[in-house]
Design a protein around this ligand. Structure first.
Ligand SMILES: C[S@@+](CC[C@H](N)C(=O)[O-])C[C@H]1O[C@@H](n2cnc3c(N)ncnc32)[C@H](O)[C@@H]1O
Length: 275
């Protein structure tokens, strides 16, 4: 019997891959040593894959501090969460608290609380790095202690790096596998570049990422990358295998279907994966 943990992301994250994760990991190779995810965000792909060895990274320090705190003592985080209430007054109070003034467990609890009680549950910070999303007024439970425990167990043995993606991938070897889900290139006037950190992910960063992917390819490292389907992205990754993924199903690139929304690009062939 296969023992499975059903771990859900602790945070709702903009661009989160929760609805696609199970489908994407079927395109991953199965024979790698370490799994690298340098834009981990809410971690839906990591939690769906549950690799034996992993290195994750992100440039959002509050997010990564939360993972570190959960891994160390999720019960402590849960105790703080249990003491908070879902009201507008409490939300306003918590939002004003400087996360740097809190102990690591309370800081994690504040992020989870704000993420789950704010409008649409999305993380966004202003130029000072302060959370600035309004109250959501949703009448729901804002944390699930069992899931917190499962996620904490999944994070055990995972190396967590607060770093730009280039640094995060500095020691990747040819037996490893990398999945990258950067902030998406702007599409149809809609932009993803300033949602997650006080820094912006600009076209120059996409160019830098594509150059890194070509370098990894030369070194024999297998990788997969998600991004929006724009002429700029197609040009940057010309020569690699591209799958068009709709939020509903995978479709043929040549098809005339309208709801193509993003690309899943790999530097390895269809024979390498599990399907
Ligand atoms: C599209 S989200 C990843 C979503 C994730 N796959 C999920 O399912 O939740 C992109 C992430 O990249 C992070 N990021 C932005 N710039 C970065 C950089 N230069 N290096 C590493 N991470 C970065 C953001 O903080 C954000 O969490």
């Amino acid at each position: 019997m296969k023992f499975t943990f059903d771990a859900k992301p602790v945070l709702k994250w903009a661009g989160g891959k929760q609805s696609l994760a199970d489908r994407l990991i079927r395109f991953f190779p199965t024979d790698f040593s370490r799994y690298y995810e340098p834009f981990v965000g809410g971690g839906s792909v990591l939690l769906a894959l549950r690799p034996k060895q992993a290195v994750i990274g992100d440039l959002n320090d509050w997010l990564l501090d939360t993972y570190v705190a959960l891994r160390k003592d999720h019960l402590q985080v849960a105790r703080y969460l249990d003491a908070m209430v879902n009201t507008r007054e409490e939300f306003e109070r918590i939002r004003r608290v400087d996360p740097a003034s809190l102990d690591p467990f309370q800081r994690a609890a504040h992020l989870i609380y704000l993420n789950k009680t704010c409008f649409r549950g999305l993380f966004r910070v202003n130029r000072q790095g302060r959370f600035n999303v309004p109250y959501g007024a949703y009448d729901r439970r804002y944390h699930d202690p069992d899931n917190l425990a499962t996620v904490a167990a999944c994070l055990r043995g995972v190396e967590i790096r607060y770093a730009d993606f280039e640094l995060c991938l500095a020691d990747v070897l040819d037996e490893d596998f990398v999945y990258m889900d950067p902030p998406y290139h702007k599409q149809g006037g809609y932009s993803d570049f300033d949602r997650y950190t006080k820094w912006k992910f600009r076209e120059a960063d996409h160019v830098r990422l594509a150059a890194l992917c070509r370098d990894l390819d030369l070194r024999g490292v297998r990788w997969a990358l998600s991004n929006s389907d724009t002429p700029f992205v197609r040009e940057l990754f010309q020569g690699y295998t591209m799958h068009a993924i709709s939020t509903r199903r995978e479709i043929n690139l040549n098809s005339q279907e309208r709801d193509i929304s993003e690309l899943f690009i790999t530097n390895y062939g269809d024979d390498d994966h599990d399907e």
